[in-house]
Design a binder for this molecule. Structure first.
Ligand SMILES: Cc1cc2nc3c(=O)[nH]c(=O)nc-3n(C[C@H](O)[C@H](O)[C@H](O)COP(=O)(O)OP(=O)(O)OC[C@H]3O[C@@H](n4cnc5c(N)ncnc54)[C@H](O)[C@@H]3O)c2cc1C
Length: 392
């Protein structure tokens, strides 16, 4: 056992924080040094970002407090470069950190660069500051009976539109989506989702491609203008260019290409987890969720702990289990799924779904606290039989 082994974890979102805490527990009393790097000392609960956008105040969780007692060193800063040959990270363009093992957990954010005006006229749920500024504008727009557009009818867009409509009943909310909202759910769960949108007065524009965001409207591909005093952009994903810039093998989206043990195919001392990793399993490709991210963090912490001890490791296995969607604070729908995220027959609605969704949103913080003392299992489903051919 090499007791001088240095592990740097980049990013203290859902996966980076979990992997650092679990690694500390799995390598305790070994002398392994773990450093966690993140721009902010506040832990961002991305799962609740739509609640901030709707004007709710969330509890603040500080990363140093969550790390207390683990022995992990926290560095507040932004990683600005990786030198994989020298095994060195530059933080804020100045400080350097050497590593023997790197955990790359830089996540993803909403891409506003593809549609004209989205970067200057629209808000996103990318961080609590932007979501907070959106909430402040929301109050002004609601006071004048204005219209808010939510662009993107994925689950994040649905959660945001319903949360906003419920919190500001005087407001006109329009959800604009190319694909059918809830299209990945079974018919009954989707029907419940639509009933909730209807009950909350959300106008849904389906099959609509946004071509431009203007100060007072959103332009659609068919030439129509949808009034928009305030626009929330929730569609499209981008990742940090850091890995690609460093010459680490990535896919065409910039996600790190990994092998069956979630190690970079070009630099095996680099482990990629969460939204920043391109992970392919027997049934297809993992898409970025907390549900899949936490198991990648758990697996990677355990894998590194084994590798440091010179032990063999097994390949990563995972299967989806559910699609939990809040529909405001008083309603929700949970679609249970097969490993490949296609819907099963079972779903939950109403109060039990609200309680279930809240349990899901709160579970990462509970997991972190417990993981300081014990090995907490986050993997609900390991995948089973392949239900779909791997994506091309
Ligand atoms: C509104 C919303 C609702 C969602 N709801 C669900 C849900 O119900 N269920 C679900 O499973 N998933 C949900 N997701 C998706 C889920 O939040 C992501 O899949 C998850 O956050 C990915 O975790 P991560 O650790 O990979 O990335 P993140 O949680 O995004 O963390 C990345 C971290 O890296 C840091 N970072 C970035 N660049 C640098 C740098 N250069 N140097 C240092 N640090 C850096 C960031 O500041 C951040 O702290 C939702 C997402 C949103 C936006």
């Amino acid at each position: 056992m090499n007791t001088d082994h240095r592990i740097v974890v980049l990013g203290a979102g859902y996966t980076g924080l979990f992997s650092a805490i679990r690694l500390a527990h799995r390598t305790r009393r070994t002398g392994v040094k773990i450093t966690l790097v993140n721009p902010s000392s506040r832990f961002v609960e991305r799962l609740r970002m739509h609640q901030i956008a709707a004007g709710q105040e969330l509890a603040e969780h500080r990363i140093p407090d969550l790390l207390a007692g683990t022995g992990v060193t926290f560095v507040q800063g932004t990683a600005t470069a990786i030198d994989p040959e020298a095994r060195r990270i530059t933080v804020d363009g100045a400080e350097t950190l050497g590593y023997d093992t790197l955990v790359y957990a830089l996540g993803s954010s909403t891409d506003t660069g593809k549609v004209s005006g989205a970067d200057t006229q629209a808000f996103t749920l990318n961080n609590p500051q932007i979501a907070g500024r959106f909430a402040a504008r929301l109050t002004e727009v609601a006071a004048s009976g204005g219209t808010v557009t939510v662009c993107g009818g994925g689950l994040t867009g649905v959660e945001a539109a319903t949360e906003i409509a419920e919190s500001q009943p005087g407001l006109n909310v329009t959800l604009i989506s190319l694909d059918e909202p809830g299209g990945m759910m079974g018919a009954k769960a989707r029907a419940h989702l639509y009933r909730a949108l209807d009950r909350l007065g959300v106008t849904v524009e389906t099959g609509a491609r946004v071509t431009k965001v203007l100060p007072d409207a959103v332009e659609l591909a068919d030439g129509r203008l949808v009034r928009s005093d305030l626009c929330l952009w929730t569609t499209g994903v981008k990742v940090s260019p850091l890995a690609a810039d460093a010459g680490i093998a990535t896919d065409d989206r910039g996600l790190i290409l990994v092998d069956a043990t979630l190690r970079s195919v070009s630099h095996p001392e680099i482990h990629a987890i969460g939204d920043a990793a391109a992970i392919r399993l027997a049934w297809g490709r993992i898409h970025g969720t907390c549900q899949s991210g936490l198991p990648t963090a758990q697996y990677t912490a355990d894998t590194i702990a084994r590798l440091v001890r010179g032990k063999a490791v097994k390949p990563f296995r995972f299967g989806y289990f559910h699609q939990p969607v809040s529909l405001g604070r008083r309603d929700a729908v949970i679609q249970f799924t097969r490993a490949d995220d296609t819907p099963r027959r079972m779903h939950l609605t109403g109060r039990s779904a609200v309680a279930y969704k809240e349990m899901v949103s709160a579970s990462p913080l509970t997991t972190y606290r417990l993981s300081k003392r014990m090995n907490v299992t986050t993997i609900v489903s390991k995948g089973g039989r392949a239900t779909r051919k791997p994506a091309a």
